[in-house]
Design a protein around this ligand. Structure first.
Ligand SMILES: [Cu+2]
Length: 119
């Protein structure tokens, strides 16, 4: 349930930010700390393409809804990172992309596939 509370909190913050600064200077409302929530279900990561910037921390929140055992691990090539994904739980991992490039990520049998594109 924590992720839901976080999501509601983020939504509220976004609403407040929009209310005060939204139409005049939208660029100031963009947080330095970014987060992406990735759903694992139906054979795809949603979203499957994630954009990130070199040296800028990014939090990945995986939520696995697929019961297939193979989907329980996600492996990031080139980042020396793999994550266990318990069913219906949010797994958060903060990453700081070291250099520009395309970093594929997938489940163990590569049925699920995604890309982290770092610029
Ligand atoms: Cu798989």
């Amino acid at each position: 349930m924590m992720w839901l509370v976080n999501l509601l909190g983020l939504g509220l913050v976004a609403l407040i930010a929009w209310w005060f600064w939204g139409q005049r200077a939208p660029e100031t409302a963009i947080s330095k700390e970014e987060a992406v929530t990735i759903k694992v279900a139906g054979g795809v990561y949603t979203p499957s393409v994630i954009h990130a910037r070199v040296g800028q921390p990014l939090t990945l929140n995986f939520i696995r809804e697929d019961q297939a055992p193979c989907a329980e691990v996600v492996i990031f090539e080139g980042l020396d990172l793999s994550l266990g994904l318990p069913l219906n739980e949010t797994v958060s991992q903060r990453i700081t992309p070291p250099e520009a490039g395309t970093y594929p990520f997938s489940c163990q049998m590569q049925m699920y596939r995604g890309q982290l594109i770092v610029t």
